[in-house]
Design a binder for this molecule. Structure first.
Ligand SMILES: [Zn+2]
Length: 599
């Protein structure tokens, strides 16, 4: 994601498991003998004590594949009967029940969702379902804790609020405005956990399908920073851009970044509308007039064989232009724009969208091969507060695209999309690398202006140092939040989530040397691609490419990471900021006499 605008100013479908074998044997041995060790799946994937969206994610199973089938009236902005999501999952424990995330209604009455679940089937058989509130992760009284204080929203841990609740938060407040971050601390969390109880427990290791049928109006989610994301109304349909959690405002899912199923999106929509989703477009079928669609309808089928993280699922529908080009390397590039954008602006936008192939080639030089079979951009008209790296279909809001942000979002295809953060506290990791792409772009421009060759390389390096300097000299409150420990209100603050980690990567490039820095990036793509990475893995991924080994250097590198990623400094900068940098940069050189020496 680039620039929450409010804050940046601060600087198999499961093949017929009708009656699981284990349940059949249980029927012979006695109804509860085999099911005795079965339990409910966890209603969260967040670690205990988390204050960043602790209400999201669901345990007890792995998400394998999801079929989205929207039946969408674009004029009325409504999902009609026939709309369903079919999730194929694998149980990682014997499950008596399990949960999904779905926000049916929100405090935002005008743009929020208004959805109704019609039925839930598990392995083709009707299942019971109900909605419950989240409980704070790690509650020793269990996730059905009768204590209302175990189900409260807050920016902080403990909750605090008017009743001084000493427990951790169960959810992040849905702020209707950014003016008062703590206004909703201590209020009750909404019941957005869809708990499903199948007829018989699901054995550990079994693959099962869950079909949720629902109808109504999709909408946006109000975040912990007061901005909105999700399904925005566009002139002729919808525009989807959802970080960090609002996919659950238009479809039920396991709403956590590490849940990464593959996707088929098969939407039937009002005739004349275009559907834009992840992966590649497989087919478009036109249908004659029907009761729901008097003017006819059309079904678009997109498929992503690569897994997609919860907040990167794209499904925009409307009067969009759509073109594609396939390169010699076999990557298909899609370009889409809302027709409500004026022809002059669209022409200007196309000139920038056409740079995506070159940007992808440039970024591949640092990251390694592009990880997907397609890439693309959709420019929508709603005034969403940010641009986002939707996997293979980057979203630009407000009818406008710019080159810096395209470098940023395209870099995310490797960092965030292919190698996803292990949790929201790792947002800085991928935003720092995406911001680094903007710095690399400006260094590239400097190299071109210098005429390339040796002069170009020198100009490239000088611009990198200059840009590091610009960040490093920041004062005020720039260094006061540790990138790995923000509050929900500051999750997308420029200082801690974008600028500071980007500068850390510039310093790492100096410490490791350009060639080793790139080797580290390549290796992390190869090791964690299609999955996720945590902070220890990220740091180890760089540490193994230190040119100078030995305990003193290892220790100094972990001190470096502690300063740059994990420390909240007092206000003011200067003495109150990370001190260790790299050769050629202001600050303390990583390599010091008496300590870590370059070998
Ligand atoms: Zn970003």
């Amino acid at each position: 994601m680039a620039g929450r605008r409010l804050l940046i100013a601060v600087v198999t479908a499961s093949a017929g498991l009708t009656l699981p074998a284990i349940a059949q044997s249980a029927a012979i041995a006695g109804p509860d003998a085999a099911a005795a060790h079965c339990s409910a799946g966890a209603h969260t994937l967040a670690p205990p004590g988390s204050r960043l969206y602790p209400e999201t994610g669901n345990g007890g199973y792995t998400s394998l594949h999801t079929l989205v089938h929207l039946v969408y009236d674009a004029k009325a902005n409504r999902f009609l009967r026939g709309t369903k999501v079919v999730l194929t999952d694998r149980a990682t424990q014997c499950l008596r029940s399990f949960s999904l995330d779905l926000e049916r209604h929100s405090p935002n009455k005008s743009a929020g969702p208004d959805l109704t679940v019609r039925s839930v089937m598990v392995n083709g058989r009707p299942a019971r379902f109900r909605f419950v509130q989240p409980t704070y992760p790690g509650d020793p009284n269990g996730q059905n804790d009768p204590n209302p204080a175990a189900h409260e929203a807050s920016q902080t841990n403990p909750v605090g609020g008017p009743h001084h609740n000493p427990l951790p938060p169960a959810c992040t407040p849905e702020l209707l405005s950014p003016k008062h971050p703590n206004a909703l601390n201590g209020t009750q969390c909404p019941a957005n956990k869809l708990v499903i109880t199948p007829r018989a427990p699901l054995p550990k290791g079994s693959v099962f399908s869950v079909a949720v049928r629902y109808t109504g109006r999709p909408g946006v989610h109000n975040d912990g920073d007061g901005t909105t994301e999700g399904w925005f109304r566009s002139p002729d349909g919808g525009f989807v851009t959802t970080e960090p959690v609002a996919t659950e405002d238009w479809m039920p899912l396991n709403d956590y970044p590490t849940a990464k199923p593959t996707y088929d999106v098969v939407d039937t929509v009002t005739a004349g509308r275009v559907v834009l989703a992840n992966g590649k477009l497989l087919s478009v079928k036109h249908h004659p007039a029907s009761r729901e669609f008097p003017g006819g309808s059309v079904t678009w089928h997109w498929r992503s064989g690569a897994p997609v993280a919860s907040y990167l699922v794209e499904d925009s529908i409307g009067k969009y232009t759509l073109t594609k080009r396939t390169t010699a390397k076999g990557i298909t590039f899609y370009e889409a724009q809302d027709l409500a954008i004026s022809p002059a602006k669209r022409k200007r936008n196309i000139a920038i969208m056409n740079k995506q192939r070159d940007i992808t080639a440039f970024e591949s030089r640092f990251n390694g091969p592009y990880p997907f079979k397609s890439d693309g951009v959709v420019i929508g008209t709603p005034n969403a507060s940010f641009e986002e790296e939707m996997q293979t279909m980057i979203t630009f809001a407000g009818g406008f695209i710019n080159t810096d942000v395209l470098y940023h979002e395209n870099m995310h295809q490797w960092w965030g999309d292919n190698v996803t953060e292990s949790g929201y506290q790792m947002t800085f990791y991928k935003e720092g690398l995406a911001t680094l792409a903007e710095l690399l772009y400006h260094a590239r421009l400097a190299a071109q202006a210098a005429g390339g060759g040796a002069k170009g390389r020198a100009a490239f390096q000088a611009r990198m140092v200059h840009q590091f300097d610009g960040i490093y000299r920041q004062g005020g409150s720039f260094w006061t939040v540790a990138p790995s420990n923000p509050k929900p209100f500051g999750l997308f603050s420029f200082a801690s989530t974008y600028g500071r980690p980007a500068a850390a990567y510039v310093a790492l490039r100096q410490i490791l040397g350009h060639r080793n820095f790139i080797r580290a990036l390549h290796q992390m793509q190869a090791t964690y691609g299609g999955g996720n990475i945590n902070e220890a893995q990220l740091e180890a991924g760089f540490a193994r490419w230190l040119p100078a080994h030995g305990p003193a250097c290892r220790t100094r590198l972990s001190t470096f990471f502690g300063q740059w990623f994990d420390t909240a400094y007092p206000k003011g900068g200067r003495a109150h900021r990370p001190r260790i940098t790299g050769p050629g940069l202001p600050g303390q050189n990583f390599y010091q006499p008496g300590g870590c020496m370059r070998g």
